[in-house]
Design a protein around this ligand. Structure first.
Ligand code: ATP
Ligand code: MG
Length: 146
């Protein structure tokens, strides 16, 4: 399933994130793709707001991960912009977050593409026709029920 949105301000992108958060569960993995300044962190701010996170939400700069406490679940906010080698993922125990309990929100997911689970929600962000416009598409790979 693919959904397309267009936002015209950072607040609209945050609101989209709040709405999007309603579909998430404790096992969700959300991977964000998009160039610098396309709004990945703004979207995540909205998601965290929707999940009831009270802490300040910002990209981790000196670590790869920020952890927040949501109302019903923990939230793990990754940013792989500065990752140099994949071994850094082993050091932080990335897999345990991916397959553990808590929502994973991953900026610069393309940096670790080979290691991502196939059961995830992709969010693609692009600059739109003007400075405050963003084109955002959400692609959820349908999970096969067994
Ligand atoms: N429609 C919009 N949605 C989101 N951000 C917008 C929008 N219009 C303008 N902006 C601005 O674009 C910037 C988006 O910054 P943000 O940190 O969310 O991007 P990012 O994709 O996380 O970048 P980075 O790759 O550096 O982490 C902010 O300065 C924000 O004010
Ligand atoms: Mg960011």
């Amino acid at each position: 399933m693919m959904q397309f949105y267009k936002t015209h301000s950072e607040d609209e992108t945050i609101t989209l994130g709040v709405e999007f958060a309603k579909r998430l569960t404790i096992k969700s993995v959300v991977t964000l793709f998009g160039d610098l300044g396309t709004g990945k962190t703004r979207f995540i701010k909205g998601v965290c707001k929707g999940l009831g996170v009270q802490e300040h939400v910002a990209s981790p700069t000196f670590t790869l991960l920020n952890e927040y406490t949501g109302k019903e679940m923990n939230v793990f906010h990754f940013d792989f912009y500065r990752i140099k080698t994949i071994s850094e993922l082993d050091e932080i125990g990335f897999d345990e977050y991916l397959y553990g309990d808590g929502v994973c929100l991953i900026e610069w997911a393309d940096r670790v593409k080979a290691l991502l689970p196939s059961n995830r929600i992709d969010v693609f962000l692009k600059l739109g026709e003007d400075e405050n416009t963003r084109e955002i598409s959400v692609h959820e790979i349908a999970e096969v029920e067994s």
